[in-house]
Design a protein around this ligand. Structure first.
Ligand code: AR6
Length: 174
C-alpha cells in the first residue's frame, strides 16, 4: 500500500497526473486558496464549465476537464467547514476523498492528486484531517487496484509533516 500513496510538498496545479482534486465551495464558481490557484492555472474555460454544473453539495464531487492544467480532469469537492467536530465534519471530509476517487475510477484515471481539503480557510484541524484523508484513500486503494497512485500535495512543510505522520500511523496499524 505504501507505494501507492505519495506525500509531497508542492503546487497541485503543476502535477502531471490524470486528475487533481479541488477544495472548492458549494457554488463551484471559484474562490481563494487552492481553488483560486486551480482556476488561474486552468484558464477561464474551467469557470465556464463549472457554471453548467449548478453547484455541488458538501462531501460530494463533480468532474470537469482540466483545460490548461497538465491534469486531464479536475474533481471539484466542497469540504466541510469546521464547526467544532460534532456536525458530521469527519464523515463529510471522508466522503470528499471517496467521492473524488470514485469519479476518478469511473473516468479511467490511474493517478490522482489531492490538496489538503478543508484545512485552509475551512479550519479543519490538521491532525484529524490528515488521519481521515489517509484512512479514506488507503481503504479505497485496497479495494480499487485500477488507481495506481494517489499523491497528497501539501502546500507547506507543516502540512506535509501531518500527512507523513498519518501515513506512518496508518501503516503501523494496517
Ligand atoms: N497547491 C496545493 N495546495 C494548496 C495550493 C496549491 N496551489 N494553494 C493552497 N493550498 P484552502 P479549504 C493549500 O483554504 O480549507 C476557497 O476559497 C492550503 O495551504 O484552499 O478547503 C474555496 O473556494 C491548505 O493547506 O481550502 C472555498 O471557499 C489547503 O490547500 C474554501 O477556500 C486547503 O486550503 C475552501 O477552504
Amino acid at each position: 500500500m505504501k507505494t501507492r500513496i505519495e506525500i509531497v510538498q508542492g503546487d497541485i496545479t503543476k502535477q502531471n497526473v490524470d486528475a487533481i482534486a479541488n477544495a472548492a465551495n458549494t457554488t463551484l464558481l471559484g474562490g481563494g486558496g487552492v481553488d483560486g490557484a486551480i482556476h488561474r492555472a486552468a484558464g477561464p474555460e474551467l469557470l465556464d464549465e463549472c457554471r453548467t454544473l449548478h453547484g455541488c453539495r458538501t462531501g460530494e464531487a463533480k468532474l470537469t476537464k482540466g483545460y490548461r492544467l497538465p491534469a486531464k480532469y479536475v474533481l471539484h469537492t466542497p469540504g466541510p467547514v469546521w464547526h467544532g467536530g460534532r456536525n458530521g465534519e469527519a464523515e463529510l471530509l471522508k466522503s470528499c476523498y471517496v467521492n473524488c476517487l470514485r469519479l476518478a475510477s469511473e473516468h479511467g484515471c490511474k493517478t490522482v492528486a489531492f490538496p489538503s481539503i478543508s484545512t485552509g480557510v475551512y479550519h479543519f484541524p490538521l491532525d484529524k484531517a490528515s488521519a481521515i484523508a489517509i484512512g479514506a484513500i488507503a481503504e479505497y486503494l485496497e479495494a480499487h487496484p485500477e488507481i495506481e497512485l494517489v499523491r497528497m500535495v501539501c502546500f507547506d512543510a507543516r502540512t506535509k509533516e501531518y500527512y507523513d505522520e498519518a501515513l506512518t500511523d496508518w501503516e503501523k496499524n494496517a
